[in-house]
Design a protein. Structure first.
Length: 214
C-alpha cells in the first residue's frame, strides 16, 4: 500500500498539505515523459468580455464525461496519456480519492503564470480535494484568504512535490503562481480533480477578482 508523509500547514478555514511524491531524478523522468506525451495547447480564456491567450500551455485530460468549464470556456477532455494515467493511479492511492481528470499546465519560463483564482467550479462540487503535482523548476505558490488579507501562505513547490488542498480551502482561499524575473527552467504542473456530472448546475462562488486563469 502506498504511503506518504504529509506536512500540514496551520491555515485557518483550510486544509493544505505538502509532501514529496518522488525524488528529483524520478521527477525529471516524469517531466520529460509528460513534456513529450501531452498534446499541449494555448488555451483561449474569457476575461471581462474579451478573449485572451493564457500565459502558459495547457491540456485538459480525463475520462470521456469529464467535461469542465473554467474562465468562460468549455473543455472536452483529451484521452489519458500513459504518464498521466500512471500518475493518476498513484495519486488516487496516496490521497484516497477517485480522480477522473487532470489539468496539465506547462510554464515555459518565469514569464508564464497563473492568476488569482479558486478551483470552485460547479462541476467540482462542494469542498473539492485538489491534488497538485509539480515537475521541473521550483516556483512560488501563494494562497490568500478571500475576506481576511492577513491570512496567507507562500510556498516554494519543488520538483517532485505533491500539494493537497482539501476541505474548505477553495471556499475560503484563492491561490496563484506569479511571474518571476528570475531565470527559471520549465515547470509542469498537474492538478487532479474529480468532476461529477451530477454536480453540474450548482452555483459556484464568484469568479476570481483579478484575472481568472490568467
Amino acid at each position: 500500500m502506498l504511503s506518504i508523509q504529509w506536512q500540514r500547514f496551520e491555515l485557518p478555514d483550510a486544509d493544505v498539505r505538502l509532501a514529496q511524491f518522488c525524488d528529483t531524478r524520478a521527477a525529471q523522468r516524469w517531466f520529460e515523459q509528460l513534456h513529450t506525451e501531452v498534446p499541449w495547447e494555448r488555451h483561449r480564456l474569457k476575461l471581462f468580455g474579451r478573449e485572451i491567450d493564457a500565459p502558459r500551455l495547457s491540456c485538459w485530460i480525463g475520462d470521456r464525461d469529464a467535461v469542465y468549464t473554467y474562465s468562460g470556456t468549455r473543455f472536452v477532455p483529451h484521452a489519458w496519456t500513459p504518464a498521466c494515467a500512471q500518475l493518476r493511479s498513484r495519486v488516487n492511492a496516496l490521497c484516497s480519492e477517485r480522480y477522473n481528470s487532470v489539468l496539465c499546465n506547462l510554464y515555459r519560463s518565469g514569464l508564464d503564470s497563473m492568476g488569482w483564482h479558486s478551483d470552485n467550479e460547479p462541476e467540482l462540487g462542494p469542498r473539492p480535494t485538489i491534488a497538485s503535482l509539480s515537475f521541473g523548476a521550483s516556483r512560488r505558490f501563494r494562497l490568500r484568504h478571500r475576506r481576511d488579507p492577513t491570512l496567507r501562505l507562500e510556498l516554494e513547490l519543488p520538483s517532485g512535490s505533491l500539494l493537497l488542498m482539501a476541505g474548505a480551502t477553495q471556499e475560503n482561499y484563492r491561490h496563484d503562481l506569479p511571474k518571476t524575473a528570475r531565470k527559471v527552467d520549465a515547470r509542469i504542473n498537474l492538478t487532479f480533480r474529480a468532476v461529477g456530472t451530477g454536480l453540474r448546475g450548482r452555483r459556484a462562488h464568484p469568479k476570481p477578482d483579478i484575472d481568472g486563469r490568467d
